[in-house]
Design a protein around this ligand. Structure first.
Ligand code: SAH
Length: 343
């Protein structure tokens, strides 16, 4: 018999399964509580369920469909899991510790189809979308790395894949993250990072869940952006900015723009000036990310001096910005790198 995947089973389907067996609906809530709040790993642990039910559940549902193929920890508290999915595909997810923050970074696809030239995730294209349950599973496995008295505080969909290319799975997964009977994380602490797909951004605006939107720019003009981000060949910056503005209007959430600094390509003071012009007047945070080297790719991290100059221009232009500190790069926590090294 094919096992059913609990984390991909809707509440309605679980209720139906229970009622077919003349079991009370509250058993579903008990199971959810064990999974999301008590971080149970097996049905056997769910000791307030009758033993017979636990056995029947274990015979019909699997909780985990992935196997931890590698688990790396770095001195700064970052932990990274390489997961092997049921079909042998591999994805990565990360836990980051920063003061009281416990942030996780999750993947939404196996590989990526966007083709950003500097990024490790897309080097082999996209194999498939993740199922909603597989996205939830990453969150639960990462939560289980924390001591009992700590909880995940922030979620970023910034791992492998393009989140807006898999919204049908991401949205239900994030519902579980934000639901009080799920992980109970405020939508304000959930961020979706996109390469900039206007239809997806508009859909997200319609859904109006209150998540933060981060748009990966990497260039201040269409010509350079099309070189660095091939998917943008038919997507103009103006359209991306318009959809991002719409998202802000609907959600009231301050926008984030990401800009990976690549030595000699997009890191000159002139790039910074034009970037400042693009962002001026927008209620936005610019997140500048020094490039993390990817084995086999020629791109380089800018010199500290180039970084400083880039930053000065933006600061003088009054742009609200943050230079992301590097975390976890020693364990190849950045962006689809672990999968390549260990596969
Ligand atoms: N597809 C989404 C989310 C995944 S990547 C997006 O494009 O936003 C999250 C961020 O990491 C993106 O801004 C991406 O461009 C950036 N990134 C990818 N590879 C990187 C690398 N090697 N070093 C630094 N940032 C990288």
């Amino acid at each position: 018999m094919v096992m059913r995947y609990l984390l991909d089973t809707s509440d309605e389907a679980l209720h139906a399964w229970l009622s077919e067996r003349n079991l009370p609906a509250y058993r579903a809530e008990q199971i959810r509580k064990w999974i999301f709040q008590r971080r149970a790993g097996t049905f056997e642990e769910m000791t307030d369920l009758p033993a017979a039910l636990r056995k029947e559940l274990a015979g019909e549902f699997e909780i985990w469909t992935s196997r931890v193929a590698a688990h790396r920890k770095s001195d700064d508290g970052t932990e990274k899991l390489l997961l092997e999915l049921g079909d042998g595909e591999r994805i990565e997810c990360v836990l980051l510790r920063d003061g009281l923050r416990r942030s996780i970074c999750i993947s939404t696809q196996v590989g990526c189809a966007m083709g950003c030239v500097f990024c490790a995730s897309g080097l082999d294209g996209v194999a498939r979308n993740l199922r909603a349950g597989e996205i939830v599973e990453q969150m639960l496995l990462l939560a289980r790395l924390l001591p009992e008295d700590e909880r995940i505080s922030h979620v970023v969909a910034m791992g492998m894949g393009e989140p807006l290319a898999n919204l049908d799975a991401l949205l239900p997964a994030l519902d579980e993250a934000s639901s009080p009977s799920g992980l109970g994380i405020s939508p304000r602490r959930i961020t979706i990072s996109t390469v900039g797909l206007p239809p997806g951004i508009r859909r997200l605006a319609e859904e109006n869940k209150g998540y933060n939107l981060a748009v990966s720019l990497h260039a201040p003009d269409d010509a350079l952006r099309q070189e660095l981000v091939p998917i943008s060949k038919n997507i103009k910056l103006a359209e991306i900015m318009a959809s991002a503005d719409l998202y802000f209007d609907r959600s009231g959430r301050r926008l984030t723009f990401e800009y990976v600094l690549l030595a000699g390509l997009n890191d000159s003071p002139d790039h910074a000036r034009r970037l400042a012009k693009l962002l001026r007047g927008r209620p936005a945070l610019l997140n500048v990310i020094p490039y993390n080297l990817v084995a086999g790719l020629p791109y380089q991290t800018p010199s500290p001096q180039a970084e400083r100059e880039f930053r000065n221009v933006l600061e003088q232009a009054g742009i609200n910005l943050q230079f992301r500190r590097r975390k976890g790069h020693k364990i190849d926590a950045a962006c689809g790198q672990l999968r390549r090294i260990t596969s």
